[in-house]
Design a protein around this ligand. Structure first.
Ligand code: G1P
Length: 378
């Protein structure tokens, strides 16, 4: 939303700082004097192009420019703004005859900016090519996907992209109204980040959402993605869901987010991300399997170094993306059902073996049995 009052006040203050009359500012920016008057009377909202010319004429710092852009109701699309500022600065230095190329780039970027603002999230990527879903039959997988599909429909998404393991049949499920489904095959199996990367051709250059269906959200929790999409619309940056840590084991079994600035209740900027930290990291929140991602994640995934298991981690790519774009975190507070990774259960068994305590071993066996049962009867 534009704040015309603030815009008018800022423009006037900057103009007066430079001791310019309205006519002088108008001439510098290539607009009419009456347009400047209208702006200062809160009666007009400038186009982005005109705003850029005014900013250039007013000789503003980057943060002053951002403030004006916001007051005029535009979202400074993170990766475009610095370049736009550069261009406006360079334009001021150049003689008319040498401006054409930069002006062309400028209008291309403005076009792209508009396109970014217009793009709504349509696709929901659901990876089920990991070795755990591969243990399940198409019927069982279909059951496991049901809450994820409902959550996607509630969020108003329209196209599901299932990432399947090679040779795996499409799970059997009833598709909620309004959803279409497409499948891609992840070959070879190089981790979650790689699974996301295989959807690039289908998703294209658009923001998209991801659900990891082994984090099951029911009841009120099913609105998680819908809320995250609203945040994406508002802040125009990737959004992660995070939740509190339950025990020390969480640190080594999940992605861990360090949060920065509080934007408002339960919404933060992300400071740093680490996938399953092995060192003694003892702070942060765990990443829940819900993401809204900007298309730049694909570029980040392409240059992400594989981890020690030769897997490309989405968390590592997001950490790279943090250098270019801000990422926000939505603290999920409803009930979360996490399908315990089988690896974790096996680790418990092995620890119990290590300690040579039969009662621990029995207890661990029992947990494993129950978890496997829960997984197959979902
Ligand atoms: C994945 C993510 C991890 C996240 C988790 C949530 O891990 O890599 O960051 O915390 O899902 O379930 P995975 O379950 O694939 O090991």
């Amino acid at each position: 939303m534009a704040d015309l009052k603030k815009l008018a006040t800022l423009l006037q203050a900057h103009r007066e700082r430079l001791e310019l009359t309205k006519a002088q500012l108008a001439q510098r920016a290539g607009v009419s004097a009456s347009f400047v008057t209208y702006l200062e009377k809160e009666q007009r909202r400038p186009s982005l192009e005109v705003l850029a010319r005014l900013m250039q004429a007013l000789d503003l710092t980057t943060s002053e420019k951002r403030e004006l852009v916001r007051a005029a109701g535009y979202h400074p699309a993170e990766e475009l703004t610095p370049r736009l500022h550069d261009i406006t600065e360079q334009l001021a230095e150049l003689p008319d005859s040498e401006r054409t190329e930069l002006l062309e780039e400028f209008s291309r970027m403005i076009g792209r900016w508009r396109e970014l603002r217009r793009k709504r999230v349509r696709h929901i990527v659901i990876p089920i090519a990991g070795w755990q879903p591969r243990l399940l039959s198409p019927e069982q997988l279909g059951k496991m996907l049901r809450p994820a599909l409902e959550e996607s429909a509630l969020a108003g998404l329209s196209e599901v992209i299932l990432v399947l393991a090679p040779g795996k049949a499409v799970p059997t499920f009833k598709l909620p109204r309004g959803l279409k489904v497409r499948t891609v095959v992840q070959e070879p199996q190089l981790g979650l980040g790689h699974a996301i990367l295989t959807t690039h051709g289908v998703v294209g250059d658009e923001p998209f959402a991801v659900i990891l269906p082994d984090d099951i959200l029911l009841g009120e929790g099913r609105h998680c993605l819908r809320r995250m999409l609203a945040l994406y619309e508002e802040y125009r940056c990737s959004v992660l869901a995070v939740t509190g840590v339950e025990g020390a084991a969480d640190f080594k079994n999940y992605g861990i987010a360090q949060l920065g600035k509080l934007l408002r209740e339960n919404i933060y900027l992300v400071k740093e991300l680490r996938e399953k930290p092995t060192r003694k990291q003892r702070s942060g929140l765990t990443i829940v399997g819900r993401y809204v991602l900007t298309p730049q994640i694909f570029e980040a995934l392409q240059v992400t170094t594989p981890d020690k298991n030769n897997e490309i981690q989405l968390t590592d790519a997001l950490n790279l993306l943090l250098r270019r774009q801000r990422i926000s975190a939505f603290v999920y507070t409803e009930k979360l059902f996490r399908v315990t990774p089988i690896k974790m259960l096996l680790e418990q068994l092995i620890d119990a073996l290590d300690e040579s305590r039969p009662e621990r071993l029995e207890q661990a066996m029992q947990i494993t049995k129950e978890a496997l049962q829960a997984l197959t009867t979902l």
